[in-house]
Design a protein around this ligand. Structure first.
Ligand SMILES: Nc1nc2c(ncn2[C@@H]2O[C@H](COP(=O)(O)OP(=O)(O)O)[C@@H](O)[C@H]2O)c(=O)[nH]1
Ligand SMILES: [Mg+2]
Ligand SMILES: [Zn+2]
Length: 377
């Protein structure tokens, strides 16, 4: 270590807040909409930030990962244990060490210094290396590169609130309230954007004729999305759902009333209670601590609880970026006359032709147009 102190390592960091990368001229038209949106607070599954900072770090090699939201520090020889962060309380984190023991960890000094700039030095879901300082305490030495990041945009700043989330359970109900396919599309877009695998759940199948569900299921299944039809109260399809959650980190989203709590309880009694909002965010003014946490499942795996994530209004979607996340558009978009075609008003648009030929579903295209126009559901 002493020798390392002489070394200087130039490191690049990305900011994870502020203006997002623009992909085409078309997107500029939407800046106005977006900045008014940004006055509110959003939560979304994030994309990547922009490269903005370069810092000299003394003594220890530090790098930012591809999303720029994590720090990797070299650990010098001493033995470390790997674990994952269940939640963060101020300066301390609760880390589940391999083997299932939870310990309280502080964060290594340098990580904290860097964190002031990066804002989120450690978040729920982080995979970390920990050096034990006592049987039930440790110090986080290193944070592994992140993927599957869930973030919140607040006052023009993007805050990372959870990392390494494998999948997003999009819960909808067949009746009371009825299915809103366009809302499913919004969740799909947000999930796709961040590399979190979407899984669509149609709950309350006991209230409808299964035949009526076929068009909806077919529509999403054709696009390659997994759709599970279940009844949380009757217990139908719950085993399949359990298997989908096993050994994975899952965030559960969906309108209120669709049966998220019922579904969680069907998977494991008492789970819904544990996955309940710990606190409501104060959306105005200062940055407030996020209380996202991973709730361990008896069958293995975790469900993420994060205040506000289930309210879709809080999901931040940049309208002009939406087309790239409509996966069936991709094969056609290259053939549009204009490289920055928005597939709305342009001539010689291959996507629109595909819709006309029935190769792209009209429902999906309409849904895209709504998002592009910035319509709220
Ligand atoms: N018929 C029927 N009702 C259900 C089912 N799942 C949930 N419900 C009911 O739907 C209502 C809302 O469920 P809840 O779990 O609180 O939804 P949440 O707001 O998404 O957490 C409750 O009255 C549940 O009993 C189901 O599979 N079938
Ligand atoms: Mg609930
Ligand atoms: Zn086009």
């Amino acid at each position: 270590m002493a020798k390392d102190k002489q070394k200087k390592v130039r490191t690049e960091f990305r900011k994870h807040y502020g203006a997002r990368t623009r992909h085409s001229d078309v997107t500029r038209q939407f800046r106005a909409d977006e900045s008014s949106d940004d006055q509110r607070s959003h939560e979304r599954l994030s994309g990547r930030g922009d490269l903005v900072k370069s810092r000299v770090v003394r003594g220890v090699a530090a790098t930012a990962d591809e999303s720029g939201q994590s720090i990797v520090l070299d650990v010098s020889g001493d033995q470390c244990l790997s674990g994952q962060v269940l939640r963060v309380h101020g300066l301390n984190s609760i880390v589940r060490i391999e083997g299932g023991v939870d310990i309280v960890c502080s964060t290594r000094g340098l990580l904290k210094t860097l964190g002031t700039d990066l804002r989120h030095v450690v978040v729920a879901g982080d995979l970390v290396m920990v050096k034990l300082s006592a049987p039930d305490r440790g110090v986080i030495q290193r944070v592994e590169p992140r993927r599957g990041c869930i973030s919140r945009t607040s006052r023009n700043r993007q805050h990372l609130i959870a990392a390494n989330i494998h999948q997003c359970l999009i819960v909808t109900s067949c009746a009371e309230p009825g299915i809103k396919p366009n809302l499913i599309d919004r969740f799909l877009v947000t999930a796709e954007k961040s590399g979190v695998r979407p899984l669509i759940v149609l709950n309350k199948i006991d209230l409808v004729d299964p035949a009526d569900l076929q068009p909806t299921i077919g529509n999403f299944a054709q696009l390659g999305y997994e759709v599970l039809a279940i009844s949380a109260t009757k217990g139908w399809g719950i085993d399949l759902l359990r298997r989908s959650l096993q050994n994975r980190r899952t965030v559960v989203v969906g309108q209120s009333g669709v049966g998220k709590s019922s579904l969680l309880n069907a998977i494991e009694p008492g789970l819904a209670l544990r996955v309940s909002h710990v606190s409501q965010e104060n959306q105005k003014g200062r940055h407030t601590t996020t209380t996202a946490q991973l709730i361990p499942l008896q069958l293995g795996g975790y469900v993420l609880d994060t205040p506000g994530i289930r309210q879709f209004q809080l999901w931040d979607l940049v309208p002009a970026e939406a087309s790239q996340w409509f996966r069936e558009f991709r094969a056609w978009a290259d053939r549009c006359r204009f490289p920055n075609c928005s597939h709305t008003h342009e001539q010689d648009c291959a996507v629109k032709s595909a819709v006309a030929d029935g190769r792209i579903s009209l429902r999906r295209y309409d849904s895209y147009c709504q998002i592009f126009a910035g319509d709220l559901l």
